[in-house]
Design a protein around this ligand. Structure first.
Ligand code: SAM
Length: 280
């Protein structure tokens, strides 16, 4: 068994891979343990483009934050923020405006512990350990009240996280709760695992196959967070109350690429779609 680094909480489960740490491995981070790396290698065997997809998703997050800054948004709540690597939301935002406010929220104690470490001494950014499936509790946290002024627009970031939230946890209600406190001009950013081949299987097969899709993606290996894939129309529905900005729901590399003819990962090997909605 690996030794826990000093910064890691003593009570974490190192035997079950965690989504945050597998993703960290794909991004080239060092905050992962043997079962996470084993899981990552299994995923790569099945989906060699997984690493490139994780990186494309992260690049999307950066572009989305820059887009929001251009829209005048100066407050960000990053739900399912993960283990910070380079180019975190506060770094991107503070480059433009050191007064921009960022609250990171993650359920994974390792992600939170590492965020605390890198946020030490950083102004206008904080992290809380909370479950986004309980949005009322998240919104009631005093750390949010300290940094976020809900009378001003907020960017709610749900990047590569909602595919860990099953329908039984009512993602629409979670998003509606966020919308209920958000001022006009607030934005909702979603990126989500997506498999066009599953969708192409047709409506009858789709619901049956989607139920087993997370399992199919990961084979016999599972993280503590099983994956839920959704159809395009279901994903578009999640933007109810947040009309989508151009170009709508697209593969992450196609969402406002920095250079129009250079979208990074080949869209045909993409597994992640993204969109952004604006509350009117
Ligand atoms: N948003 C970051 C990004 O795109 O670079 C990290 C994405 S990572 C794939 C997903 C993160 O969501 C993990 O850190 C995981 O711990 C977190 N997560 C999963 N379910 C969650 C929940 N119910 N509440 C808060 N965080 C959650």
């Amino acid at each position: 068994m690996e030794e826990l680094p000093d910064w890691a909480p003593r009570n974490i489960d190192l035997t079950t891979p965690s989504a945050a740490r597998v993703y960290d491995y794909f991004l080239g981070g060092a905050h992962n343990f043997a079962p996470d790396r084993e899981m990552a290698r299994r995923i790569l065997d099945l989906h060699p483009s997984a690493e490139a997809n994780a990186q494309a998703n992260r690049a999307f997050l950066h572009r989305a934050v820059r887009y929001l800054l251009d829209q005048g948004v100066r407050q960000f709540v990053d739900l399912g923020s993960g283990i910070p690597t380079v180019g975190n939301v506060h770094e991107v935002a503070h480059r433009e405006d050191p007064q921009a406010k960022v609250v990171y929220v993650d359920i994974d104690p390792i992600a939170v512990a590492h965020s605390e470490l890198i946020l030490h001494g950083v102004h206008n950014a904080t992290v809380i350990n909370a479950d986004l499936r309980r949005p009322k509790e998240v919104l009631a946290r005093p750390e949010l009240a300290e940094l976020i002024d809900f009378s001003e627009p907020v960017g709610f970031l749900m990047v590569a996280v909602l595919h860990f939230v099953p329908e039984s946890d009512h993602p629409d209600q979670i998003i509606a709760e966020l919308g209920s406190v958000a001022a006009p001009g607030s934005h909702l950013v979603i990126s989500h695992g997506y498999d066009a081949r599953l969708e192409a299987a047709g409506p009858d097969q789709l619901s049956r196959r989607l139920a087993g899709a997370g399992q199919k993606v990961l084979g016999e290996y599972r993280t503590a967070d099983p994956i839920v894939l959704r159809t395009r129309s279901r994903l578009e529905e999640l933007f109810t109350g947040w009309p989508m900005v151009e170009p709508g729901l697209v593969w992450v590399p196609e969402w406002h690429p920095d250079w129009p003819d250079e979208v990074g990962v080949d869209p045909s090997s993409s597994y992640v779609v993204a969109g952004m909605g604006r509350k009117e």
